[in-house]
Design a binder for this molecule. Structure first.
Ligand SMILES: [Zn+2]
Length: 222
């Protein structure tokens, strides 16, 4: 029998900071009192902490469930003929790119600190403030570094939006951060080219580092 338990006091697992030993679980696993970032405290088995199963007092899961429920709740009301309305799809995509790290665009939004205001996490509120999206228009932030909130948003055509957002996206490369437009001026690249590269999944390093002629040769696949 191993009698010596690993001392994990002071270690952090997700939102949990391990404070002190708190007896054993029925199967003999050491239990630890943890302080959660949300202010609550909880007792967790050493194994759950070290395996990454326990990352919070339970608040993390509650938040995820709440976010999922917001989507589920309001999905129904904005479906016409079995299809989500354009406005609803805009809203869902906005929430996803700001809150879901697995979203393709997260790095340009949530990952950059852009968030959806609390009020707009509920689709009905968003609809009430913005009205339905006119055909062919999507949501645009006037200040590209600001959040999605009533004072910073308008409906805009793709072209208007491209002019406002594409060129103003911040890219960090070789230790410097500039907007895409600034990088393009510096490097002699077209904003459209860099944008397309990033959309295709190129890394920032490749998107900015590969010269247009190489790109043209490499892209000639038909
Ligand atoms: Zn918590």
């Amino acid at each position: 029998m191993k009698s010596k338990h690993l001392d994990i006091a002071g270690q952090r697992f997700g939102r949990l900071l391990v404070m002190a030993r708190d007896g054993k679980s029925p199967n003999g696993n050491a239990r630890w009192l943890c302080a959660c970032d949300c202010g609550a405290s909880t007792v967790r088995a050493s194994a759950s902490l070290r395996s990454g199963v326990a990352l919070s007092c339970g608040c993390l899961r509650k938040e995820r469930v709440a976010n999922a429920n917001v989507e589920r709740l309001y999905r129904h009301g904005e479906t016409v003929g079995g299809k989500d309305t354009h406005t609803y799809r805009v809203w869902r995509a906005m929430v996803a790119r700001c809150t879901n790290p697995k979203n393709d665009a997260f790095q340009w939004y949530g990952g950059r600190g852009i968030s959806v205001c609390d009020r707009w996490m509920v689709f009905d509120h968003f609809l009430a403030d913005m009205g339905a999206a006119p055909d062919g228009m999507s949501i645009d932030r006037t200040n590209n570094n600001g959040d999605y909130e009533p004072n910073n948003c308008r409906w805009a055509t793709k072209l208007e939006q491209a002019n406002n957002t594409r060129a103003n996206v911040f890219l960090e490369w070789r230790g410097e951060t500039h907007t895409m437009a600034q990088w393009c001026r510096k490097l002699g690249l077209r904003v459209g080219t860099v944008h397309k590269r990033l959309k295709m999944g190129w890394s920032v390093d490749r998107a900015l580092g590969v010269s247009p002629s190489i790109y043209r040769d490499g892209a000639r696949r038909g």
